[in-house]
Design a protein around this ligand. Structure first.
Ligand SMILES: C[S@@+](CC[C@H](N)C(=O)[O-])C[C@H]1O[C@@H](n2cnc3c(N)ncnc32)[C@H](O)[C@@H]1O
Length: 307
């Protein structure tokens, strides 16, 4: 067995197939219908915390957009650097014309096109984003909001879209992580409770972040900002082996989840080291045998911004 080496971009790549299964199809379909009826072309999209850009093949392959400008923003330059090469490779593999001679990434297939720009920026600094307000039709934040202060963060995102525009906020973690089969209920519960606690203790710019209950908190936070929920539903990660084998890169994804738990708990010395090591070793052995199942409960939302 190859030794596990954590790499964030590889983690995001491995997460793609897990997210594809998880995304709530009813929420997606509502957005898809709205965009199909929306008269403006190109549709102007901003994605915050875009990582390596896995949402871009998704909106293309699942037919969400036909002509769009897409600004993908992330705080980490390494992610966006990786995104450029990764998306060029994806285009080549899928018969999509790709051109970056103008500095933007341009994708085209027949009448469909997407012009992508990549921007390194902190989307949530108090001074705000480095472009004028209200210029986008749709804002996407996928697996991001648990990392930021919900009240301040959501207000920032609302300012990005024009009145009547949409916020598509997906994979918002909501308080349940489950590893099966159980090892010892008591140790499993302790590890997971401490992992969630570490999420709840995270700060960004001195403010508490959405943490382990971001999903449910979005109902109240969005309502306080006057946002209307157009669709909402669960988007749980469910990773399971078939014939003791995980699809795509999902075994690597599971190792990354254990790595996050190890980092969070080790840093805070919340559990005696030998108990943590025992738990991690047993879970890693379950991945190697193709036995581990992991479930995380999350919510997707589609909001409209008041006119
Ligand atoms: C869990 S990853 C999700 C990435 C991508 N949306 C995906 O699901 O593949 C969270 C992403 O948000 C980015 N991020 C975190 N804080 C940010 C901030 N303040 N401004 C912009 N991006 C941020 C991280 O660099 C990371 O790429």
């Amino acid at each position: 067995m190859m030794p596990f080496l954590f790499n964030f971009q590889r983690y995001l790549e491995a997460k793609r197939s897990v997210d594809d299964r998880a995304l709530n199809r009813q929420v997606w379909a509502t957005l898809s219908e709205l965009l199909a009826r929306f008269p403006r072309r190109p549709v102007r999209i901003l994605e915050i915390g875009a990582g390596i850009g896995t949402m871009i093949p998704r909106v293309w392959e699942w037919g969400l957009i036909d002509q769009a400008t897409y600004l993908a923003l992330d705080i980490e330059a390494d992610n966006l650097h990786y995104a450029r090469n990764w998306l060029a490779h994806w285009a080549q593999q899928n018969g999509v014309m790709f051109d970056e001679s103008t500095g933007s990434c341009f994708f085209q297939q027949g009448k469909r096109w997407l012009k992508l720009d990549l921007l390194v920026a902190d989307a949530f600094i108090p001074s705000g984003l480095p472009f004028p307000h209200h210029q986008f039709d749709l804002l996407i934040a996928h697996a991001v909001l648990d990392l930021v202060n919900l009240e301040a963060g959501l207000a920032t995102l609302v300012n990005c879209v024009h009145p009547g525009g949409w916020l598509y906020l997906t994979l918002n973690f909501d308080g349940l992580s489950l590893f099966l089969p159980p090892l010892s209920w008591e140790l499993d519960d302790q590890v997971i409770a401490l992992y969630h606690q570490s999420m709840d203790e995270r700060l960004l710019h001195g403010l508490p972040t959405g943490g382990s209950t971001t999903g449910r908190a979005l109902f109240a936070t969005s309502s306080a900002l006057g946002l209307e929920i157009l669709a909402a539903g669960a988007s749980d990660w469910v990773i399971f082996p078939q014939h003791n084998h995980y699809p795509a890169q999902e075994a690597y994804f599971l190792h990354c989840i254990l790595h996050f738990i190890e980092e969070s708990l080790a840093q805070q010395a919340l559990l005696p080291t030998e108990r943590l090591i025992k738990w991690l070793s047993a879970r890693r052995a379950q991945i190697a045998r193709g036995e581990l199942i992991f479930i995380a409960h999350q919510f997707d939302f589609l909001f409209s911004v008041p006119k």
